[in-house]
Design a protein around this ligand. Sequence first.
Ligand SMILES: [Mg+2]
Length: 260
Amino acid sequence: MISLPTRPNVTRASRVPSLLIFDVDGVLVDTRRSFQKTTLETVRLFTGHHATRAELHRWKNRPGFNDDWKLSHAWVRSLGGRFEYEEVKARFQEIYWGENGGGNVARERWLLPKASLTRLARMAELAIFTGRTRHELDYSLDRWNVRRYFRRIMTMESVKRGKPDPEGLFQILDGRDPKQAVYVGDNVDDALAAQAADMPFVGVLPLRSEERRQRIRRLGSLAALTILGTVRDLERFLIRRQRLRPSSRTPVPTPKQTKG
Ligand SMILES: [Mg+2]
């Protein structure tokens, strides 16, 4: 059970976000064997190149490549593959969904336990801002039976401009103070969107992962409050932060500290 302050306390209250907004891929859902694997397989299918995860994350470290269709197409083109965007996107979707949902989508894992979601939902309103399509998101929310925890949901179709544009964050805020919210994401575009919205950002990069090795400094330089190793640690981070002095800032761990 979480013990929240019972007496009014301005300093502490301001350190407790009233709104937690989550990115999905790489944060709430482990997509290393779904979207990431599909991107590698798509590039290989079109170009014959054995694309690696190290290469994938070098692409993902660039702004504007949160979208895996766009990334796959740009990667194929950079290797000389003269294929249209729609062609690459269509094959990507075939690999991802497979027949009767038996493609790489079946390898996804939901990362935040319901008990933790329940406690977080008591602390703050929960919302989602993702680059996924509504169909892709619905599939996961229904598969893991977690839809009821999220009050507002922004997908690719909800916004005119995707991340790093902060439009989706502003829609969720609906006039509320961005400083009372936290955006939890794993990509450069997530951090840039938060920065553009003047909203605190928490990074999530799995321990001992390629993305953590490549991206921890970049997210740290974009003013992440911290970089967690898993979204399961978010609750503990928020409770600890609430107890710290206002001037304290949780340091972003260096790659050396995080190596197991
Ligand atoms: Mg993500």
